[in-house]
Design a protein around this ligand. Sequence first.
Ligand SMILES: C[S@@+](CC[C@H](N)C(=O)[O-])C[C@H]1O[C@@H](n2cnc3c(N)ncnc32)[C@H](O)[C@@H]1O
Length: 183
Amino acid sequence: MDVEALAKTKIGRVFIRWMGVIMESRLRYRLFGPLKILQGAGIQPGMKVLEIGCGTGFFTVPAGRLLERHGSLIAMDILPDSVEAVSKKVQEEGLSNVQVIHGDALDTKLEQESLDEILIFGVIPAPVLPLKKLLPEMHRILKPGGAIAVWPPSWVHRSIDGSRWFQYVGKQDGVQLYRRADL
Ligand SMILES: C[S@@+](CC[C@H](N)C(=O)[O-])C[C@H]1O[C@@H](n2cnc3c(N)ncnc32)[C@H](O)[C@@H]1O
């Protein structure tokens, strides 16, 4: 079952609501400061960045601030409720460089070779995001030399590094960075 189908069931809605509470808890902010994790991803002012699965916007607002006005962030989620909530958050923060969109990370419909970096934070490993579909799509939309940043580190590392799409660069503040391979 995919996330959109899950969100249409009663139990799914309860589960998603609870996930939202956990993701926005003070304990999470204290244990996993979003700014430090974003710095580990190496995003810099001026970059064009995509965040997939923005959820409650835990990383969205600090990422938008880090990129400053001449950089931009597209925050994407497959759940319309998340898109609405994060759009509101972004508007309240006055972040005109952040665009929150409804979309599927497996088929983003974004322009090819258009992004400097993609944040894959708190979304893999997940059965709804199979790497064999996700990685080619991430490769397609990244510029040559672009990178994906993955947090938290997990066993998917082997599959990403062993794929033809990305090469491992290193780890900082728990974030694993992979450069887009030249095919
Ligand atoms: C566990 S939450 C993590 C949210 C956020 N990245 C964080 O760490 O706080 C995973 C998010 O990924 C979204 N998601 C799942 N499948 C997706 C897909 N195919 N495309 C875009 N977003 C997806 C879910 O709706 C959910 O909001």
